[in-house]
Design a protein around this ligand. Structure first.
Ligand SMILES: Cc1cc2nc3c(=O)[nH]c(=O)nc-3n(C[C@H](O)[C@H](O)[C@H](O)COP(=O)(O)O)c2cc1C
Length: 192
């Protein structure tokens, strides 16, 4: 697939085909892609915890918060929930550069998931303390981000920025998820 098209299709996904769960091998493919991602000093300090099934999957889901901007939606309902999670860990005492590493790892995973028709949602809003305990995270690490994953159910599209400049994503009457993106001319702060 053309790379720009892949990036365009790699929109955040929050509704999944729950009866087609991702396998451990599927998640390992994503981690293999993250393994090869660039990182500061090539120190490779991130670690990953995967959750594929069972009570831990249900409990982890209950600790996550989805789509704060969609006020009339409380997150994916049973049957549309993620079928796997990846927790991205970084050393508790690491420098800021590890946040960049975590972001790059997450985007690599998002692109890899899209290349297979899967969807994912990078999640910053979750109960860190309870998730730390649930996943038995080593005290030397903290959870940077979670990624909820599954076979993509919802249609997501890039939208033009509305005249009022609102960047809030929205759903239309057909439940298509629209994500406004600024035009390139607005992003270029200088050319020399
Ligand atoms: C660092 C980061 C944290 C995010 N945290 C959450 C979250 O806690 N819950 C959620 O539903 N979406 C979360 N998202 C998804 C964003 O809302 C989403 O990326 C944004 O709306 C733009 O949509 P797009 O990914 O389709 O471009 C997060 C995304 C990033 C990059």
């Amino acid at each position: 697939m053309d790379f720009l098209k892949l990036v365009e299709e790699a929109r955040t996904c929050r509704r999944f085909v729950e009866n087609e769960p991702l396998t451990v091998e599927d998640v390992d493919f994503l981690l293999e892609c993250a393994r090869l991602a660039p990182c500061g000093r090539n120190a490779q300090e991130l670690r990953f915890i995967t959750v594929n099934a069972g009570e831990t999957l249900d409990r982890l889901f209950s600790l996550t918060r989805w789509a704060g901007a969609l006020k009339d939606w409380n997150g994916p309902v049973p049957g549309e929930r993620p079928t796997a999670f990846i927790a991205v860990l970084m050393p508790e005492r690491g420098g800021d550069i590890l946040c960049f590493d975590a972001g790059i790892a997450c985007q690599t995973i998002q692109l890899a998931a899209t290349s297979r028709g899967w969807g994912d949602c990078i999640i910053y809003s979750f109960d860190r303390s309870k998730t730390h305990d649930l996943l038995n995270v080593d005290k030397a690490y903290k959870i940077a981000l979670l990624i909820g994953l599954g076979v993509a159910l919802e249609k997501r599209v890039v939208a033009p920025m509305p005249p009022d400049g609102s960047f809030v994503y929205w759903r239309d009457e057909n439940q298509v998820h629209h994500v406004p993106k600024r035009p390139l001319a607005e992003l270029i702060a200088g050319r020399f």
